[in-house]
Design a protein. Structure first.
Length: 215
């Protein structure tokens, strides 16, 4: 197989796979594929590149290939940043909810943001969860949505077959502080859940009493 055939094969493969990956929003694989193609072409034409472009100057070649490697690594870090941040958020949310689940309230409290801790003391946090009988059972983190205008803010969308603080789906606010993601949490999340439950019970009581009077 001559060089022309190799190039045609590479280009066709790159166009086909690249288009497929981009349509599926898999930018990372498309990025890696493009560099593999570039690297393959450079390897095939290394002799011509060394003679015509670098003119047999070793340091020029080292500088060029080093710049190419730095570009690849920087691009890779940039593209994978959302995935890394999502992974950190998932870890923080799991630690927070699992600690609430086993009533390890001090551990859960450590996952709160600094502003949340200032407005919601630890003793109140523990007391409210205990008095209101907050229970966390099974849960799934369905999605992590990053703020379009502030990459240090996000929302973790959590669902469960059981209620989470009085909600079927809980939107847990997250904020990044000191390279770590923390939960934005307030007292109304706990107390508000109890208020909703008490209102529901009161409403049910009124309806029940109404039917009792009819009977």
């Amino acid at each position: 197989m001559n060089k022309q055939s190799i190039y045609i094969t590479l280009i066709n493969t790159f166009i086909g796979m690249g288009a497929s990956l981009l349509l599926k929003d898999n930018t990372l694989l498309a990025f890696i594929l493009s560099f593999l193609v570039i690297g393959t072409i450079i390897f095939i034409e290394r002799k011509w590149i060394n003679e015509r472009i670098f003119r047999e100057r070793k340091w020029y070649a080292i500088a060029a290939y080093s710049a190419l490697a730095v570009t690849f690594i920087a691009g890779l870090l940039f593209i994978t940043k959302p995935s890394r941040e999502t992974s950190l958020i998932l870890t923080s949310v799991h630690v927070f909810l699992n600690d609430i689940k086993v009533r390890e309230y001090r551990g859960a409290y450590e996952q709160l943001s600094s502003a949340s801790k200032k407005s919601y003391p630890l003793n109140d946090f523990i007391k409210d969860h205990s008095n209101n009988g907050i229970k966390i059972r099974e849960f799934t983190i369905d999605q992590v949505i990053f703020n379009k205008y502030d990459d240090k803010k996000a929302i973790a969308v959590i669902s469960s077959p059981f209620l989470l603080y009085g909600h079927e789906t809980l939107n847990l606010e997250m904020i990044k502080e000191d390279k770590e993601w923390h939960v934005v949490f307030s007292r109304k999340t706990v107390v508000g859940k109890a208020s909703v439950s008490s209102k529901s019970r009161k409403k049910d009581g009124v309806i029940t009493n109404f039917f009792k009077k009819l009977i």
